[in-house]
Design a protein. Structure first.
Length: 589
């Protein structure tokens, strides 16, 4: 590894694929690292109050007196910070001609606001970046400030005593809105980066972007057969009602191509939807509230789910090739017009279904949440944070990290094309979010609500696109309106508008509108631990054991009674050791 100020650069030619900002998407689509995706929306009162604080430098109460708030205060002399940053090929490709990752609209905005510039000591993509940070950690030669892309690395850095305690500078410099973002997650993000009472990183946030798992059904096929699983119109159905639709699709061969009722990929995570519908979860560490921890897949709810899937497999409404298809294979079935039911997040029209629409212009979807026998929709909060900003222990200006966060994730949110023309133009023309000097998201937990509410208001004529609260919403809502001028004839120019309508109105109509109206959400908060020693040694083998048992039971190679053997094997082959170690970790954290 090169030392000191020497750059550690990875050639763009070997940079790997796009780093997804919307972690739940699981595919390249319109909701990846767009800069606008990082701009949280809030109401006019918040916007006005925060901007007033920015303009006037505000004030904050401290020890009974009023002191000038310095969270947006620029440095008198230019401060150059040596950083480590993610740099995918996609990120680099969106730069303006002549720009670099050190000099682009975002870094110039920070320079204008704070008089801070950046020198990249590490530029790399994905695994290469993780490897560079791991090498830097082992040598103790880390950049002054950098993005950490996984929790295990953060733990290693803390245990190696290489990071600055940010508790005091966060308390002094963090803006009200940044605090509100973290508060909207009930402290779950900050808790993850607090070690022995010390705040060791500034966490990015994840606004449950992949939750809930929706059931997406081809509406044009249901209309053709005259069926409707949702007679009460609440956009919430049971797994039995989904099976009835699948059965009709298969029996009537609605596609004319040998229709497959329900297709699922070869990963056990694809069974999350039916586990939720039976009151359970897949692949989650659950805190039982008494100091004990459970692996959710071992539950009776999953046993029942696997049994139901087996029954469907035998009946023929579950894909006869269950257990052999990849996610890409299932997507191909959708595109080839052979399958009309899919499961996934609200944003699937932006990337997965857009290809279905291209191949099948008649295709239209409707989305539903899925309830259990008590009427509840069971939901697990996703990891509240993913990437992290950290500062080297001996760095003399740790407050700079908080100021940068304030400027990029608070002040910039309120900018417009008039007040910040370079950045806003860059955003509207596809500028990548991760060209920012820090590669995190910092969005409130209510982000999806804002997407839905503002697009609904535009749809009803209550709000003009230019009056929505973020550049992303301005762009997507205006494109949506263009599509709605002639929704029966989707063209190459209006297909993106079709995607935006179906994600923000149809998808979020179920995930936000319906769920809120029904009031039947049942949330749990899983644990997201670091990779502890027993987990590192034994979890991979347990995952293989679990997947094999799942496929064998669903396909009938093993009877449902084998589930109990799977549970016993999982515990004896290392699961009990992992749980014991994890319980000790959380008891002493």
């Amino acid at each position: 590894m090169l030392k000191g100020k020497a750059k550690r650069l990875i050639s763009c030619a070997v940079l790997s694929t796009t780093v997804l900002a919307m972690t739940a998407c699981g595919s390249t689509g319109t909701d990846t690292n767009t800069a606008a995706g990082n701009q949280a929306a809030q109401d006019n009162t918040q916007s006005t109050n925060t901007q007033a604080a920015v303009d006037a430098q505000g004030s904050a109460s401290a020890t009974g007196g009023e002191v000038a708030f310095k969270g947006f205060e620029p440095y008198e002399e230019e401060l150059n910070i040596h950083i480590g940053r993610l740099a995918s090929q996609h990120t680099v490709s969106t730069l303006l001609p002549g720009d670099t990752l050190e000099d682009n609209p975002y870094t110039r905005y920070v320079k204008e606001k704070l008089n801070i510039t950046f020198t990249d000591e590490i530029e790399a993509a994905d695994e290469d970046y993780k490897n560079h940070i791991a090498l830097a950690t082992s040598s103790g030669d880390i950049p002054e400030m950098f993005t950490v892309t996984n929790y295990d690395t953060l733990v290693d850095l803390v245990e190696s005593d290489l990071l600055c305690d940010l508790t005091d500078v966060f308390n002094e410099y963090a803006s009200d809105y940044i605090r509100e973002i973290y508060d909207s997650f009930d402290g779950r993000g900050l808790d993850m980066v607090t070690f022995d009472g010390k705040l060791m990183a500034l966490p990015g946030t994840n606004a449950d972007n992949g939750v809930p798992t929706l059931c997406w059904i081809r509406k044009d096929w249901m209309d053709k057969l005259g069926i409707n699983p949702d007679e009460d119109g609440d956009l919430c159905v049971t797994y039995e009602e989904i099976a009835d639709v699948a059965r009709a699709f298969v029996d009537k061969d609605v596609s004319g191509k040998g229709t497959i009722g329900i297709a699922m990929s070869d990963g056990i995570g694809d069974a999350e939807w039916i586990a939720n519908a039976n009151g359970g979860f897949v692949g989650k560490w659950l805190d039982n509230g008494d100091g004990t921890i459970t692996w959710s897949t071992l539950s009776d709810a999953n046993k029942k789910s696997w049994e139901i899937l087996h029954q469907w497999f035998e009946e023929g409404i579950l894909d006869p090739q269950f257990g052999t298809r990849t996610y890409e294979d299932v997507t191909a079935l959708l595109i080839d017009n052979k399958c009309g039911i899919a499961f996934g997040a609200w944003h699937m029209p932006d990337w997965r279904f857009s290809h279905v629409k291209d191949a099948n212009p008649e295709a239209e979807y409707i989305a539903y949440t899925i309830k259990d026998s008590t009427g509840k929709v069971n939901l697990a909060h996703e990891n509240p944070t993913n990437n992290f900003i950290v500062v080297r222990k001996d760095y003399p200006h740790p407050e700079a990290a908080v100021k940068i966060q304030n400027v990029l994730f608070d002040e910039l949110v309120h900018e417009t094309l008039d007040t910040a023309p370079e950045v806003m133009s860059f955003v509207q023309n596809g500028g990548d979010n991760f060209t920012k000097p820090v590669q995190i998201e910092c969005l409130p937990s209510t982000t999806k609500d804002v997407y839905y509410n503002e697009h609904q208001a535009v749809l009803k004529g209550e709000l003009l696109p230019e009056n929505t609260s973020t550049a992303e919403n301005k762009n997507s809502s205006s494109i949506m309106l263009e599509y709605l001028k002639d929704p029966e004839h989707v063209t190459e120019e209006t297909r993106t508008g079709w995607s935006f309508y179906n994600s923000r109105i149809v998808g979020l109509g179920a995930a936000i509108g319906g769920l809120n109206a029904n009031g039947n959400a049942n949330w749990v908060s899983p644990l997201y631990p670091p990779t502890l020693e027993a987990m590192e040694q034994k979890k991979a083998a347990l995952d293989t054991l679990e997947l094999k048992a799942y496929i064998q039971i669903v396909t009938g190679e093993q009877p449902i009674e084998y589930f109990e053997q799977y549970k016993a094997d999982w515990m004896s082959y290392g699961g009990a050791d992992i749980i014991a170690e994890m319980e000790d970790y959380y008891a002493n954290k």
